[in-house]
Design a protein around this ligand. Sequence first.
Ligand code: FES
Ligand code: FES
Length: 159
Amino acid sequence: EKRHVVTLEINGARKTVAVEARRLLVHLIREDLSLTGTHVGCDTSQCGACTVELDGQAVKSCTILAVMADGRSINTIEGLSTPAVPLDPMQAAFHEHHALQCGFCTPGMVMSARQILRDHVKPSETEIRQGLGGNICRCTGYNNIVRAVGSVASREQKA
Ligand code: FES
Ligand code: FES
């Protein structure tokens, strides 16, 4: 099958990959680029485990064709940590508030949580729950996740 060349910036690095037209962005990320922190938890666009940032906006990478990422910039969970700061503030808050158990949903949750803070200066609990509405967690019952997001929001308020 004909392949299409896709050049994108991922976690600050420029990459070029040749993909089939039907390849999904999540597979480009996980298989072609070996960034397996982005998960696949469903085949119905419901779980949110595949959430990444595309040009700074959270998207479900299983709903986007890899070719659509050509010329664009992507952040995955791997892009949030640096050797100096291994956990970004949202990841640290998840850790602190016990907002994960098995951790399968966590990369997508963190990406959606960051989006909530871009969308709302001071998100209410309802806005946080709505913002996480596209992400499914089978383990935590969500309350600690909501607390974690709320703690980052109020900390940023004070800063
Ligand atoms: Fe993308 Fe479930 S894998 S929403
Ligand atoms: Fe297990 Fe969310 S921590 S699915």
